[in-house]
Design a binder for this molecule. Sequence first.
Ligand SMILES: Cc1cc2nc3c(=O)[nH]c(=O)nc-3n(C[C@H](O)[C@H](O)[C@H](O)COP(=O)(O)OP(=O)(O)OC[C@H]3O[C@@H](n4cnc5c(N)ncnc54)[C@H](O)[C@@H]3O)c2cc1C
Length: 542
Amino acid sequence: MSEDRSPRVSVLWFRHGLRIHDNPALLRALEDTDIFYPVFIFDGESAGTKLISYNRMKFLLESLEDLDNQFRAKGGKLYVFFGSPIEIFAKFKAHLNFYKLTFEQDCEPIWQARDSSVKKLCDDLDIIWDESISHTLWDPREIIDTNGGSPPLTYSMFLHTVSVIGPPPRPVEDPCWDGIKFGVLPESLKRELDVRDKIPVPADFNLKPELKQSEYTIEWFGGENQALSNLRKRIAVEEKAFRQGFCQPNQTQPDLLGPPTSQSAALRYGCLSVRKFFWALHDTFSDVHNMPSNSNITSQLIWREYFYTMSVDNKYYAEMARNPVCLNIPWSSVKDETAKANLKAWEDGKTGYPFIDALMRQLKQEGWIHHIGRNAVSSFLTRGDLWISWEEGLRHFLRYLLDADWSVCAGNWMWVSSSAFEKLLDCNFCICPVNYGRRLDPYGEFVKRYVPELQKMPVEYVYEPWRAPLEVQEHANCVIGRDYPKRIVDHNVVSHENKEKMKEICKSLKVRTPHCAPSDELEIRQYMWLPDSCTSHLSTLK
Ligand SMILES: Cc1cc2nc3c(=O)[nH]c(=O)nc-3n(C[C@H](O)[C@H](O)[C@H](O)COP(=O)(O)OP(=O)(O)OC[C@H]3O[C@@H](n4cnc5c(N)ncnc54)[C@H](O)[C@@H]3O)c2cc1C
C-alpha cells in the first residue's frame, strides 16, 4: 500500500458459498484491496434459517466455524453478526469507510428483496457491489434469456438450452493472500453490533438435538474441509462405477445402510463448489475411459440447475394456489381432524407402515434420507396414500433436511405429487410402501434400525407387521396397536381411490397452462427408480 492514500477496505458477505475454494466473490473481494473483512449475518432468513431444526443449524454453524478457523490460520476471523444486513452495512460504512462489497448470487426469488435493498444501499453510499455466480453451474438468467425469455419447461429442453450456452466454467483459482490484511473491528463498532468472539452453537438459537450423541447411527458434519474430504471418497466410488461400466452409483445402486456419500448438504451451503464436483466427475470419467464424458454422469446436478432456473422468476414457486406452474389439486384440508392426525403420524414416523416410519424418523433424527426414500414418503403423503398437499410435506422437509433448498425441494415435491408433471405421472406409478421398501432392503435391516419396536419381528412380516399372527407379534414384543401403531390407511384401498381422483382431475384439465413436464417416460422411471419393464414395474409396485 502506498503512503499517500487511505487503505482500501472490502467486505465479503457470506450467505451460501461457505468455502475458500472456487469462490469468485472472495477473489473479487481481495482484488485492489488492502484490508479485508469476511462476514456472515444471521438475519432470521439467510441460509434457510427461518425454518430450521437442530441438525441443519448444527451443519451451518460447523460450516461457519470451519471458515472461521481457516481465516484465523491466516491472522483474521469470520465476523458473525445478528440483525438486518442494511443496518449492519450502513454502520460498517460509517465506521470503516469500506469501498467494495462482494457476494455470491443467491438466485432464488426469496432472496431478491434482501439483495435489492443491499444493492440500493451500496449505490446510495457509493459502495461498489459485486455479485458472482458460483452457486449454480450456469447463470439461471442466461439460461432463461437463451431460451427466449422463459425457463425451459422440460428437462430435455433444459439440456438443449445449456448445450447452446456451452459447458459450465471450471473452478476459479485459489486466492492469493499476499499483501492482504484482515480487518479488526474498532471497539465502538463492536459494541454497536454486538460482536461475539466465537461462532454461536445451536443452543444459542434454543435448538436441541432429537437424539443423544450416542444414539446417532449417521452423523453429518458441516464445513469445507469435511466436504473436500467427502469429495475424495465420493469420487473414488464414482471411479469404481465408471470402471465397472455404469454411472451415478448413488442412484442406480441405492444403499440405505452404509455411510452415505451424498454431497447434497455441502452443495446446499456451498461448502463444496458445484463446479468442482461437476468437473471432478467429468474429468474422472475421461481419465478412466480415455474419451470425453457425456451429460448422463452429472444428470442429477442438472436437475438441481433445472429447479433453480424454474423458480427464478416465480416467487410463488413453493406454494400451490398462486403458482402458475403448479396444478391446483383439491387435497384434503389439514383443518380436517383425520387429515391433521394423518399428517402428524407421517411427520412423527407413526403411520403403521414400517418403511415410511423408518424414513421419517431418520429424517428427524439425522437430517438426511436417500432420494428413493424421499420419493416413497412424498408419494405416501400426497397422491399415493394420504392425499395431503405437498406444501405440508415441503414445510416439514425444509425444517429437517440438511440439504433443504427452497426451489429444489419444492420442485421435487411438485414432481412427486403430480402437481407440475401431470401429463405422464399418474397414480399408476404411485409407490407401494410395502413392496418398494422390500425391494430396497429385503431383510428389513434399515427398518429395524429406525423402528426398534420391530427389532424382533420375523423378516416376512417386517414390512407388513399387521399380517403377523398375534402369537408372532407377542413373541416379537410388538403387538400392533399397543407397541407399534395400526396402519392409518389401507394402501390398497386409498391408492386406488386416489388414482381415480387423479384421473378425474386430469380429465377436467381442458385448458392446460404451460406446465413443466417430464421429457418422456424414461425420465420418470429413472427419477422414481422404477424397474425397466412396464409389466414388472406394475407387478412390483401395485
Ligand atoms: C420430495 C423431495 C424433496 C427433495 N428435496 C431436496 C432438497 O431440498 N435439496 C436437495 O439438494 N435435494 C432434494 N431432493 C433431491 C434428492 O433427493 C437429493 O438431492 C439427493 O437425495 C441427494 O443425494 P445424493 O447427493 O446422493 O444425490 P446424487 O445422486 O449424488 O446427486 C448429486 C447431486 O445432485 C443434486 N440432485 C440429485 N437429485 C436431485 C433432484 N431430484 N433434484 C435436484 N437436485 C438433485 C443434489 O445436489 C445431489 O447432491 C428432493 C427429492 C425429493 C423426492
